[in-house]
Design a protein. Sequence first.
Length: 407
Amino acid sequence: MVRVDGSLGWTLSRAVPLTDANGGIVEWLGATQDITARKKAQDQIREASERLRFMAEAIPQKITTARPDGSVDYMNAQWMEFTGLSWEQLRGWGWRQITHPDDDLEKTEKLWRRSLESGEPYSVTRRLRRADGEYRWHLSRAHAMRDREGKITMWIGSTTEIHDQVLKEQKLRRANQALERFAYSASHDLQEPIRSVRVFSELLTTKCRDKLEGDALVYLKHVNAAASRMEILVKDLLAYAQTSLLEKPSQLVDSTQCVRTALANLAGVIAESGAIVDVEPLPDVCVHATHLQQLFQNLVGNAIKYRRKDEAPVIHVSATRQPEAWLFSVRDNGIGIKSEFKQQIFELFKRLHTKDQYSGTGIGLAICHRIVEYYQGQIWVVSEPGRGSTFYFTPQSGPGLEKTLAQ
């Protein structure tokens, strides 16, 4: 219809007949409604839908939409091109037939069902069969779309091929494992000859001291010191290489007992320094006992080593429950760490002081970082120079943990 201002508007007209006793039409009653706004909204929705569909067909990812119950009601052309199957073969739950049989289809469906029930995002890595029969690695994700009341109206998912990336990661993982085995073997085999050098140099010093003089005694002293440092270094390298050789436990481990074992190993330096170590009740966690012992022994040992000269070390070990994991802490009253070094201290062989100031090889915190990384956890330090340090670590990570800890 042409409006008063000359613009065109949409109307919806309806009419019903009025009849007499014999059924004859006497007159018509009609009404006309302005629906211009509704038509514009419908046009906008249709344009948006067409735009989204165009985008879904244009991008290289495989796009999927599903009903609230999880049954697939749309797949873009990339799916049909990749699988060589028709839409009729893939719709509903047809994607089951292209999943690799060794990728645990039951587990994949269980994760999907869990997302459907909870509304949480879905993510899974699996191999899908290409049209030529080859299986390729893919990462599939899905998110729920909700209405204003929060009710799920549909699921939108994307599937991205990551085959080359997975193969490179597998190759790198194998290379790292081979390197770790070599480092372990080399460190283990070097222990005995280095120990022999140290022992015989000490014997030579003891038995031939009267026959040696001047530079000879100085040189022998340097040999003894170097052999001792090398023995400690090889021992630490062996501990570093061993961290990834221990399998993750299938049962919970008593972390309190692991602290006790670590403190027993440190009994000598604790008594010598007069350190006070306070340990709160700690939880059971799914981490190998040897790894937990190494963590506590290195962190408590460092707290004792880097103590202030005028004050006995006071160390507090505790754990608090976070939404996704346990957060452990080891707090001390030592010399502290400058902010610019808080990341560097976890690097291999990184030392902030000379060996004359503080002994050590610079491997202890690297071992801690490697252990926590092995369990997909996190470790960091909060510290100020002269005001002590608090080392935090989470034995394992979980969704949303990083955001929670940041808060």
